[in-house]
Ligand binder design. Structure first.
Ligand code: J2J
Length: 539
């Protein structure tokens, strides 16, 4: 089994007694539909259509082949797929045989994948020939040298490692193949991070399944729901709030799109009569602009009933325009891959829906809002969010030092968000974690600073958020150069980072050069001053 930080026994008992944890593996989502409605449409991916029976059959085929190769409990997998149907086939196949995956984002590159592989030592890698890392065999060979026994590729000609081939019939699942027990780790979610190395979040069947079931009720997902999966399929928001898994749980239909780009999505929405779409704020802005530019486009969205918006700050003025311009309802979501998810409710007043990020899923989500001394603040006063509950994790994978900082003695996870509670609802008003939220994509400042100072001419680096009209925030790197170093311009600096293999969304959007970095009274880099200096530039 994969180790994880467990919940204390009294809470385990309570979460079971309260009916949150029902001891069913995530594969039950598929099994229930297979029993109830096997021919219902589960998944649409371009011109390919999958019934629940198709999805089940293909995932069982893959599971059977993998199990016959000896993969099962105790094994891990590194998966990196674009937004295609195979993402779910692979996910359910791995769940069936108890292999625990990390689902990397498709935008991740060598650095992220190598780091995940280092942490989980996967026996299996599932990836795509379409990704630059797997276009030739160099990276695959590196992975093999580190213990990866099986590599399966999308769009591969060699049948031995063609994912498509592994999805064809292969006999029944061998005796003994089974999901991990429901109180054990099902898969790892990715942390947005604020530290030097990306962190992994163990999620158990029980806790994830509860967050999905409860989200389905809160968001009104039914078998009639047709859900647009245009954000990265592996992201926690896309998977579980209420997400693709929520739609499968309710027997609805997931419609894949390669990206949230409005014009392509509008056509898909119209063609497939999409009713529900989760988006991050910058994508909403693009959708709004597309309708403003050509109001006739609104008719393409006639079937759209509900848009869920989360992942980053969403301006009230933009929120108000969603029903007005797109003709659908709005639901705000403030969630995190670590657990806690808040929603505005469908029957909330427009005021609540437009101005807040809602309230937690569960009556047993404990949310504390704390001042700098760790005391709870009164309603209406901003403070740092700390939480524990039936689907909030208890520790990052193999990260005792970081866990000692991220959790308090009572097991509350301190998310680094600054929030205000008003009338029972939360508003996200700031952040104390050292992270840039670039339109929903999270960048850990320390990770990029560590890479920048590997440049021979850079002695100190600090990455901070700069306000941006479109993305909400962009990143700016403040650099101190070695004495005698010549001028450095952005292109070679970006090339330096790309050569180190980091994902492109993490590249600093701007660079500033200083003779030294400002320090606080206790000798830490004064990032507030750096941010203020950027604000002054644009003022
Ligand atoms: C402001 N900041 C927000 C919001 C997340 C549902 C929705 C989103 C995520 C997600 C998720 C925000 N307004 N509405 O996992 O299930 C910022 C906060 C938070 C961090 C988590 C889900 N919604 N945020 O975004 O793990 O800073 O999850 O702590 O990627 O995003 O990021 P992530």
């Amino acid at each position: 089994m994969i180790e994880f930080s467990p919940w204390p026994q009294d809470l385990v008992r309570h979460y079971r007694d309260a009916g949150y944890w029902i001891d069913q593996p995530l594969t039950q989502i598929l099994d229930a539909q297979l029993a109830a409605n096997p021919q219902a449409e589960a998944l649409i991916c371009g011109s390919r259509r999958f019934s629940y029976a198709d999805l089940d059959r293909q995932s069982r085929n893959l599971a059977a082949r993998l199990a016959r190769q000896g993969l099962g409990h105790g094994d891990t997998a590194l998966v990196q797929l674009p937004n295609v149907a195979e993402f779910f086939v692979v996910f359910f196949a791995l769940m069936r045989i108890g292999v625990v995956p990390v689902n990397a984002l498709y935008s991740h590159r060598r650095l992220e994948l190598a780091e995940y592989a280092r942490q989980i030592a996967p026996r299996l890698v599932v990836a795509s020939r379409g990704h630059e890392l797997f276009r030739d065999d160099a990276f695959a060979d590196e992975l093999r040298a580190k213990g990866v026994a099986h590599l399966l590729l999308l769009d591969e000609d060699d049948p031995a490692q063609s994912l498509a081939h592994w999805l064809t019939h292969a006999g029944d699942l061998p005796q003994g193949a089974a999901p991990t027990p429901a109180d054990q780790v099902a898969f790892f979610q990715l942390s947005g991070g604020s530290t030097g190395t990306p962190k992994l979040i163990p999620r158990t069947h029980n806790d994830y399944d509860y967050s999905i079931r409860a989200s389905v009720r809160i968001c009104g997902v039914t078998s009639a729901t047709r859900f647009l999966c245009a954000l990265p399929a592996a992201h926690n928001f896309t998977m579980s709030s209420p997400g693709t898994l929520g739609v499968f749980h309710a027997g609805g239909t997931v419609v894949m799109a390669p990206s949230p780009e409005p014009l392509a999505c509008f056509d898909i929405v119209a063609r497939e009569r999409v009713s529900m779409a989760p988006l991050v704020p910058p994508a909403v802005a693009l959708w709004l602009r597309a309708v403003e530019e050509d109001p006739a486009r609104r008719s393409l969205l006639a079937s759209l009933d509900l848009m869920l918006v989360g992942g980053a700050s969403f301006a009230e003025a933009t929120a108000r325009r969603v029903p007005e311009l797109l003709g659908c309802r709005l639901q705000q979501v403030f969630g995190m891959a670590e657990g806690l998810v808040n929603y505005t409710r469908l029957d909330d007043s427009p005021e609540v829906i437009f101005t807040t990020q809602g309230r937690p899923i569960s009556p047993d989500d404990e949310v504390l809002i704390l001042d700098e001394d760790g005391h709870e603040v009164p309603d209406g006063t901003p403070g740092a969010l700390a939480t524990r509950g039936p689907y909030t994790f208890r520790g990052y994978y193999r990260s005792p030092e970081h866990n000692a900082q991220a959790f308090d003695a009572k097991g509350f996870y301190h998310s680094g968000d600054v929030v205000v509670r008003q009338g029972g609802n939360l508003r996200v008003v700031g952040r104390i974690k050292d992270q840039i939220n670039r339109g929903g994509e999270k960048i850990a400042a320390e990770e990029i600073e560590n890479l920048l100072v590997r440049h021979p001419d850079i002695t100190h680096a600090a990455l901070v958020a700069a306000p941006d009209a479109h993305l909400g925030e962009k990143s700016c790197a403040f650099l101190v150069l070695r004495d005698g170093a010549g001028k450095l311009s952005p292109p070679p600096l970006r090339r330096h980072l790309l050569e180190l293999g980091v994902a492109e969304y993490k590249l600093p959007d701007r660079f500033r050069f200083l003779p030294e970095l400002p320090l606080t009274a206790v000798g830490k880099i004064d990032k507030r001053r750096l941010r203020d200096s950027l604000a002054a530039e644009t003022a």
